[in-house]
Design a protein around this ligand. Sequence first.
Ligand SMILES: C[S@@+](CC[C@H](N)C(=O)[O-])C[C@H]1O[C@@H](n2cnc3c(N)ncnc32)[C@H](O)[C@@H]1O
Length: 190
Amino acid sequence: MKTDEIRWNDRYRNTRYPSTVNDVIKSYYHLANPGQALDIAAGNGRNALFLAENGFQIDAVDVSGVAIDLIQGQNPAINCFQVDLDSYIPKPEGYDLIININFLDRNLFPHIKKALKKDGILIFKTFLDSHLQSQNQQDIRKDHYLKSNELLLAFIGLQIVLYKEEDVVALNGQKRESASLVARKRNLTK
Ligand SMILES: C[S@@+](CC[C@H](N)C(=O)[O-])C[C@H]1O[C@@H](n2cnc3c(N)ncnc32)[C@H](O)[C@@H]1O
């Protein structure tokens, strides 16, 4: 969506986002065969860079040209693509590892499953909607937040390695809840 691109370009110009790899990636990436990885909504590339340094070839996709410029040239194992994930279909059976951190587009769920190779690993972590219930935040896109157990149910056809919901501190310093899922594709029909 063009508005996503403008909004996120503006954010990357004005906000310093974390540059260290997300904890769940660091703890579980080793479950995947070190081959092809896909970083969905890669942002400044912190997670893609970690995977590149640990033996993966990564396709890093994001709508923000400013974010893509931050990633470009960091490591030759990272291929960057400026794409709108509203209309993006990843390559079927193309990836040993797919990561999706702090981003939610439910339309991608079936495509993520198809894009995993057999024994491919999915690592998905993003925010729950629990903080919205107690606040009157009209401007917040509620569809950007998960319901409790939604992520688990969406990928229940995979072999679940980890599912947890926990308190985290968001970039703005406020307390949030997030859901983390790590799962393996055992069977190509799923
Ligand atoms: C909170 S950041 C997370 C970045 C990264 N995954 C990380 O963990 O550092 C969300 C990302 O989603 C991207 N994004 C938002 N809407 C998008 C869309 N429609 N298509 C592709 N990327 C999008 C933004 O540009 C931004 O980089």
